[in-house]
Design a protein around this ligand. Sequence first.
Ligand code: ASP
Ligand code: MG
Length: 425
Amino acid sequence: MKVFKFGGASVNSIERIQNLAGIIKLYEGDNLMIIISAMGKTTNALEKVVEAFFAERQQDALQLFEGIKKQHLTTAKYLLVTHFNSCIEQLSGFFTEVEWLLHDKPVRAYDYYYDQVVCIGELLSTCILSHYLNEIGIANKWVDVRDIIRTDDNFRDANIDWDYSAKKVLQLKEACFNEKSAPGGICITQGFIGSTDENESTTLGREGSDYTAAIFANLLDAESQTIWKDVEAVMSADPKQFPDAQVIHELSFDEVIEMAYYGAQVIHPKTIKPLQNKGIPLQVKCFLDPSLPGTVIYKKKIKHLPPIVIIKENQALMHLHSQDFSFVGEKPMSRLYELFAHIKIRPNLLQSGAISLQVCLDDKPEKIDQLAAEASSIFDVQVEKGLSLLTIRHFNEPLLNKMTEGKTIVLKQQDRETVQVLYAS
Ligand code: ASP
Ligand code: MG
């Protein structure tokens, strides 16, 4: 049993969808659990629909949604002949669900509506994909993941109910992947979404489809999970920023979780734990050329990695100064950490002195304002913006010097493995 995840870029055109089918054919005879994201930038477009709806610009919301509908209908029309009618019927059901909601006025919280509308992106893409694969002879079963992945009602960042979901995944396994009766079973389902025990749709956080795939891999005891991307493999830096970035063919779970923590956009950070816990290798492969080896991530310790460079832009530095010259001891520290938890903001870097602290955070303006306001009961607070955080794992001095040359450094922290430099952008 293999788990595959295809992201939005792998299904954003007719050619890409046909290409995806070609990849599936390479694995004929394997049991495949396939997790798919919304097509291209559909999730962003759906976010715009929710914004308009919540601002009570109903006509705008409906009009924006109309655009999304058209795009999917055009794709279905192009790809399907014999399966066209049944696909349209299913798509229409999803459209109606959203349109009903958009005709009402918002009375609940924003995040609730967000999830009810945004989840449609994955339902639409998988519906078209599943019909298309069936039409060209790749028999598969479409599964509404909301019947399988149960979550709490923490909308937009829902938490998995592992026990319930495990039972459902087992039932699915028996129905679809019964090795004796039907080898080579294929299930197509949605990433990123789930459902509460009251049948309300939820989402797992942006880019959450990698995580969905890892949940399935864990619960199915899969032999591997593969994330199909438009890059050759995991790279030592973003090749758009650094043309001499190197391909890395092997990584450990430990390394990847650190990379994700420091802000590398390789893999959704929550993806690693479910795989690591069961020792399931994670492959990153290129859907544009499946013959490339890609990257494999597993429990093995990997020696001699090249320097890995990660830049997080849009950082803010909060300077917190003791109000009465008393030491910044355990009490103010623990109070500060309580504030982080309560505001749901995570420090990217923290440095403390006798009577002051400096905290580097992602510059999300409402959260920064709230933190500054609440922290001002214990500290004098100043915020500096427009900063970037450079992290180099396995760094060497020449590279560090090259990368920081001419920059105004605001803060620097380093251990044997990793150096972090905050600088004015
Ligand atoms: N479609 C969702 C997003 O764009 C989930 C994903 O792609 O992983 O965030
Ligand atoms: Mg995506």
